[in-house]
Design a protein around this ligand. Structure first.
Ligand code: 13P
Length: 283
């Protein structure tokens, strides 16, 4: 089975679970995700936002992802998250990424379609899958800074984007936000149901951190085939490292980072279970 061809999300969609994507910023966070996936026998996406991708470099991250994919027999899929740049998506494809996201949700529908088509055409030639976005994910962090009122996806826009681009998966705005929520998130399940009924494209829930687990499960039952988490991992990283550093005696970095990795791994394992993605890997 060629996992690059989106069979992963189609499988999740059909079977009523979601494949989770976890954002990472360094090798310790990355390793925590890989170990959690192995422990849970889950297929997961390791995702980098544009800042991490541009700072560390796509060739280096692409090689890391290719190695993890090879060593696990296809369990770890390397994903470029929220790229505003068509060129960066193409570079990620050239660097061996398995999946890329072109986020043109801030553009007009026609421009969104145009950019998504350009990425899809290039990526599909190389066996790489593409995620696009329609409607907007709220939030203030590097993955997205949208604060407006008109975040909700319009069903007819989602249909048009899916039909015109043949994109493999679609992130839709239904009220989730990147980062911690200040108040209980107001998630529009009805709009999700409408989009899910209108298109076959697997749907993606962004801003997974802080969404009550029952709501995440309800989103999955209603068509979300991929759920993204980042902030929860990064906060665990920082909190654990702070504790490790309060009274440090040595300068061996690994001595601090091994407990950090374990703490993140536990969080990732529980989020894999929330998505119902455990024991789904058949390799
Ligand atoms: P959180 O950081 O809110 O979990 O969102 C992650 C995400 O959606 C990345 O695209």
């Amino acid at each position: 089975m060629n996992r690059y061809k989106n069979h992963v999300l189609e499988h999740a969609d059909r079977q009523g679970y979601a494949t989770p994507a976890f954002n990472y910023s360094d090798i310790w966070e990355y390793e925590a995700i890989v170990q959690a996936a192995i422990e849970e026998r889950a297929v997961v996406y390791t995702a980098t936002n544009m800042r991490v991708a541009e700072t560390i470099g796509l060739p280096y991250l692409g090689a890391l992802g290719a190695k993890a994919y090879e060593q696990t027999g296809g369990q770890i899929l390397n994903h470029l998250d929220h790229s505003r740049s068509v060129e960066l998506c193409k570079q990620a494809v050239d660097c061996g990424y398995h999946s890329v996201m072109i986020d043109a949700s801030m553009c007009s529908l026609e421009e969104n379609i145009e950019k998504t088509c350009e990425v899809v055409e290039y990526a599909h030639k190389h066996g790489v899958v593409v995620e696009a976005e329609i409607g907007r994910i709220l939030g203030r962090n590097v993955e997205g800074t949208y604060q407006g009122e008109d975040y909700l996806v319009q069903v007819e826009d989602a249909v048009r984007l899916a039909q015109k681009t043949h994109v493999d998966s679609l992130a839709i705005g239904i009220g989730t936000a990147h980062g911690f929520y200040k108040e209980k998130p107001n998630i529009n399940i009805e709009r999700l149901q409408q989009v899910n009924a209108a298109i076959d494209t697997p749907l993606v829930l962004h801003g997974g951190t802080g969404v009550p687990f029952d709501t995440v499960r309800a989103c999955i039952q209603n068509g979300m085939a991929k759920v993204n988490f980042g902030t929860q991992l990064h906060a665990t990283y920082i909190d654990t490292l702070k504790k490790e550093l309060t009274d440090y005696q040595e300068t061996d970095i690994a001595a601090f980072m091994i407990p950090v990795r374990s703490a993140i791994q536990s969080v990732v394992q529980s989020l894999i279970q929330v998505c119902g993605a455990e024991n789904r890997f058949d390799g």
